[in-house]
Design a protein around this ligand. Structure first.
Ligand code: PMP
Ligand code: GLU
Length: 402
């Protein structure tokens, strides 16, 4: 039979049909496409440092190639990398883990995916304080879980209060997921704020916390607090971290967890059937990254801090952009609901997606709608871009909304 005669009837799974595409990656792809068509797009949609990976890390990778690190790696990570992670957790967070509690994965995204897969049953609820990082809700849904969104606002610096947490707990609640510093709001939970949440959880021993600390070092406010630092939370917290952001290593794809043994063991089992151990060269490079003093990457954090001030100053000149002051990460998350119902350049703006699309098409600036993060009134703007790009992007935005 010729191939032409074959009828195709490809029916994808319900699972994939229900899955939303990542809005951050989709916007970045759209910006790339428009650029290829010759448009002068300024991409402020993707959360990706514009720095190169520091030379001392690149050299470690080259050394690893030359040392013939080319075989399959242990599923949960090289022992030497686990040593470096354990030392890092102790040095930066005063957290004590042993090898059986660490799992290295292909990016923090896989770390999060693993945890959802090993902990959730169909219908289990996961509390997500909004705004949350774009992939949380779909990772939860893929594992059969039900995201329970808790709305916050600028008034509480986009943080969930203990009262809100208490109200959203049901007999089906299995987990709470948040990032601190937060992508997209830049908010940071203080030790006292985490303690207040932990106090609520004392009555609910079945609920675990997933604390995503990937922006830990990109902190302009001071101390970084981890939920697992509380003795009564240590055994029920999964601390997620990675090197993508602070070390400018997004493409190297290494993330990791420190977790209760049972969860770490389960993630190891899961990963063993899905991807095996993470890339050998990247793991060797990350040993060097994590062993280095944090002062080695301070130049990037200082630069992000300057850019944060620049973008906040520039946005404050645009009516209708209301911002919190982000204390970490490299995003601003302005409330732009002022524009809803208005017509700009002949375009009716009904919601944040319309506004973000309007900026792309009229100002050639790529941002991400707040809907993707569980917030309908805001857009996310990444300032991991040069000061020239930031200045020009905000000038264009100001021009098209005036
Ligand atoms: N968590 C948060 C809050 C993030 O912003 C990101 C973005 N990359 C990730 C996890 C995933 O990190 P990775 O690139 O290591 O998969
Ligand atoms: N975490 C980054 C962001 O929020 C990278 C994109 C992604 O992994 O979705 O933009």
């Amino acid at each position: 039979m010729s191939t032409q005669a074959l009828e195709t009837n490809i029916q994808l799974s319900d699972k994939i049909n229900k899955l939303e595409a990542s809005a951050t990656l989709a916007m970045a792809a759209k910006a790339r496409e428009l650029r290829a068509e010759g448009k002068d797009i300024i991409g402020l949609s993707l959360g990706e440092p514009d720095f190169n990976t520091p030379d001392f890390i690149k050299e470690a990778a080259i050394q690893a190639v030359n040392d013939n690190y080319n075989s399959y790696t242990p599923v949960d990570g090289y022992a030497e990398l686990k040593d470096a992670i354990i030392t890092k957790f102790k040095r930066d967070n005063n957290l004590t883990y042993d090898h059986s509690q660490i799992v290295v994965s292909t990016g923090a995204k896989q770390s999060l995916y693993n945890v959802a897969q090993v902990y959730l049953n169909e219908g289990d609820e996961v509390i997500l304080p909004c705004p949350y990082w774009v992939s949380y809700s779909d990772i939860v849904k893929l594992a059969g879980g039900v995201p329970v969104e808790v709305q916050t606002s600028i008034a509480t610096d986009f943080k969930m209060t203990a009262e809100q947490l208490e109200k959203s707990i049901t007999p089906r609640t299995k987990m709470i997921w948040y990032s601190s510093p937060c992508n997209p709001s830049g908010s940071i939970y203080s030790k006292q704020e985490l303690r207040a949440l932990a106090d609520v959880l004392q009555k609910y021993p079945n609920i675990i916390v997933v604390s995503d600390e990937i922006y830990e070092h990109i902190n302009y406010a001071g101390d970084h607090a981890s939920m697992a630092q509380f003795d009564d939370m240590y055994n029920r917290t999964v601390t997620v971290n990675g090197v993508a952001k602070a070390f400018a290593m997004t493409g190297w794809r290494i993330g990791y967890i420190g977790a209760p043994k049972e969860i770490a063991r389960a993630c190891n089992k899961m990963q063993g059937q899905v991807t095996s151990g993470a890339n050998c060269i990247a793991q060797r490079a990350v040993i060097t990254a994590l062993e280095a003093p944090v002062s080695n990457i301070q130049y990037m954090i200082t630069e992000f801090k300057n850019r944060r001030q620049l973008i906040l100053d520039l946005l404050s000149e645009i009516p209708g952009f209301k911002c919190n002051t982000p204390e970490g990460a490299f995003y601003v998350f302005p409330d732009i609901s002022h524009y809803f119902g208005k017509t700009l350049n002949g375009n009716k703006i009904n919601n944040a997606s319309d506004f973000s699309m309007f900026l792309l098409e009229n100002a050639n600036v790529a941002t991400v709608t707040g809907d993707a993060f569980g917030n309908k009134n805001c857009i996310r703007i990444s300032y991991a871009a040069s000061t020239e790009q930031i200045t020009e992007a905000i000038r264009r935005i100001k021009e098209v909304v005036s």
